[in-house]
Design a protein around this ligand. Sequence first.
Ligand SMILES: [Zn+2]
Length: 307
Amino acid sequence: MKPTMLADGFDNTPKTGIDKKTNNQDAPINSNELDNEQPKKPTITDSSEFNKANIRSFLNTMGLKTQWEQSFVCPCVNPMTISPDPMCAICHGTGRAYLPAKKDVPIAIVGNNKGKRSTEYGTFDEGEARGTVQADYRVSAWDRITVPDAFVRQQYMFNATEQRVKDGMYIPYDVREIIFAVAMKPNDPTSYREVNPVNDYKFDKESNKMYISNDLEGFNISLIINATLRYIVSNVLKELRYQYTKTNNAENPVFDELPRLISLRREEAFVNNIPLINPSTSDLTKKADEKSYFLDSARNTDAGFGF
Ligand SMILES: [Zn+2]
């Protein structure tokens, strides 16, 4: 068959007279853009609704198996400084404490953005993920979500004060292993040395503390850690998703809650990963600033690091 060419039958002679299409008496214009009638009431009831059992099964299959720890404000706060106790055995000076974890809570990560943000210190990202939590788990802001199946690389540095050498240094991540450690005295490049896990430190998984040998007192210790992936819930974007379920209840629809939508941030956005303190033990009351959780640690207390 002969192909139809675009030019076939094209009539480029100028049109004159009445436009038969616009002025077609048999097809009056009925645009609803010009219609000033009220919207009509639907005559058919739309019976579409979410199938709760299907959503539950989907999240059980596709969601990450997480551990959910509910957060509360640690009561160690000092009313004089309005700060948590840096030596608190419950919150370790962060002001946040957690109830024992609920295991295998399915959460489907449904979005992940870099969250680029510009400040006076430059541009950096806050890395935000969104998750849909299995129905009936009332996950809320500040709660901690652990993904036991995944681990991430984490950097950490602290100065080995007399107190930290004596009591051990609490590492605020779920440490799987310390894969690299170096030490150097401030303003003394010749003191740079690798830190040997056999002779120089012991890591106690029970207390999550690193015990350093006495001869490293006064050094800054820098670590590369493999840590379990953990998120802090920074916001509950949709606390109440719901529907009035009509299936099997046509006369009296049942109010059903559907899985909530939460916003998650990697815990490193909240945890100061360079907790340098004045070597003088009298300054151990220096407060952990938690007024703003948007990378406050990186912005205010780690000035000069990471940018
Ligand atoms: Zn506390």
